[in-house]
Design a protein around this ligand. Structure first.
Ligand code: ATP
Length: 235
């Protein structure tokens, strides 16, 4: 579905990605785990056209995404739930969700999808008219995911959905990721929380200072001593 090959991205001469390759097969949950500054967000931002690479290729179902505008990439069925949620604090929950459907042409289906999102996140339905900036951190993350779903993605990419959330809320977020996946959405998940991400994912990639160090099935990586020492700690 998504294929990234030898991707090099530099900011002002410093390479944040030094030739990474990864693949997301349709119907899978794939995770990219790594420490702060390893280049995870850069990878997602490049796939969505927000950052231009120096070299390499990105294709989606065989279509070259390089040089495409972000809005055209969204129209093809790829969406990004950005790090730090980036919801619109002075708009209501409902208004934020509707903005997620901004590029859609099939306006008649938008209300059905709103029901779909409210089914996944009853809390958002209850808080329909609340200003998004007054939601709790976990609720804001739900809203960011809900807004992304309103674009009706085939591939949803998530940048550190667990960041700054209490462990119980993190559990909720990961179970909702599984639920969304069960409903047919392919997922590329970027996480520092390697433990939770590798438990959830079919396939994991480990990125270190702009390079992919390891690739494997999620549960195999959880048992890998190198990964245990570097990323899993005692948890
Ligand atoms: P984190 O988990 O902390 O967000 P990350 O793995 O997502 O880390 P990136 O945000 O992709 O890492 O950053 C990779 C490297 O690129 C870092 O050294 C960072 O300082 C640098 N970088 C990221 N964005 C920019 C930018 N706009 N300009 C210059 N350097 C940048």
């Amino acid at each position: 579905m998504l294929k990234v090959e030898n991707l090099v991205v530099a900011y002002g001469g410093i390479e944040a990605l030094k030739g990474i390759s990864l693949e997301v097969e349709e119907g899978k949950i794939v995770t990219l785990v790594g420490a702060n500054g390893a280049g995870k967000s850069t990878a997602l931002r490049t796939i969505t056209g927000l950052v231009k690479p120096k070299s390499g290729s990105i294709t989606y179902n065989g279509v070259n995404l390089l040089n495409m505008k972000t809005q055209d990439i969204v129209k093809m069925g790829i969406t990004l739930v950005p790090e730090g949620r980036r919801i619109f604090p002075n708009l209501t929950v409902l208004e934020n969700l509707k903005l997620g459907a901004f590029f859609r042409k099939d306006v008649n289906n938008i209300n059905n999808d709103l029901d779909w999102v409210y089914g996944l996140f009853p809390r958002l339905k209850e808080r329909n008219w609340q200003m998004a900036g007054t939601l709790s951190g976990g609720e804001q993350q739900m809203l960011a995911v809900g807004r992304a779903l309103m674009s009706k993605p085939k591939l949803m990419m998530m940048d550190e959905p667990s960041l700054g959330l209490a462990p119980l809320i993190v559990k909720d977020i990961f179970s909702i990721i599984k639920e969304i996946h069960n409903q047919g959405v392919t997922i590329l998940l970027v996480e520092q929380n390697a433990n939770a991400a590798l438990h959830t994912a079919d396939i994991g990639y480990v990125i270190e200072t702009g390079q992919i160090k390891l690739r494997g099935e999620g549960r195999d990586l959880l048992n890998n001593d190198e990964i245990k020492n570097a990323y899993l700690g005692e948890n």
